[in-house]
Design a protein around this ligand. Structure first.
Ligand code: FES
Length: 96
């Protein structure tokens, strides 16, 4: 019984890992803007307690846009696609 309670607590503690590449190639493609947009969206959607937003050095996807990963799944963004990405990929996962 106690084990079940602890297991449930751990599951609730698990945050969605949202990682933005801040390597030089992604920086040139607007990673700073993407980070700022994501930070604002996390606040405006009230999901700060469910999302762990962090940065990473090169994630090996330099040929595309700004590389962002959601729980390990990689996406290629531009500042203009960041909001729709957040709705479709982040909020979608959080609402499951
Ligand atoms: S610099 Fe971002 S994936 Fe390489």
């Amino acid at each position: 019984m106690t084990d079940n309670i602890h297991r449930k607590d751990r599951m609730n503690d698990k945050k969605l890992e949202l990682i933005v590449c801040i390597g030089s190639s992604c920086h040139l493609r607007g990673s700073k803007d993407v980070v700022q947009i994501l930070e604002k969206l996390v606040v405006s959607k009230g999901v700060g307690d469910k999302v762990n937003l962090s940065g990473s050095f090169c994630m090996g996807e330099c040929t595309n846009g700004v590389c962002v990963s959601v729980n390990g799944k990689k996406f290629s963004l531009t500042p203009s696609t960041t909001e729709s990405f957040f709705e479709e990929e982040v909020m979608e996962v959080l609402n499951k």
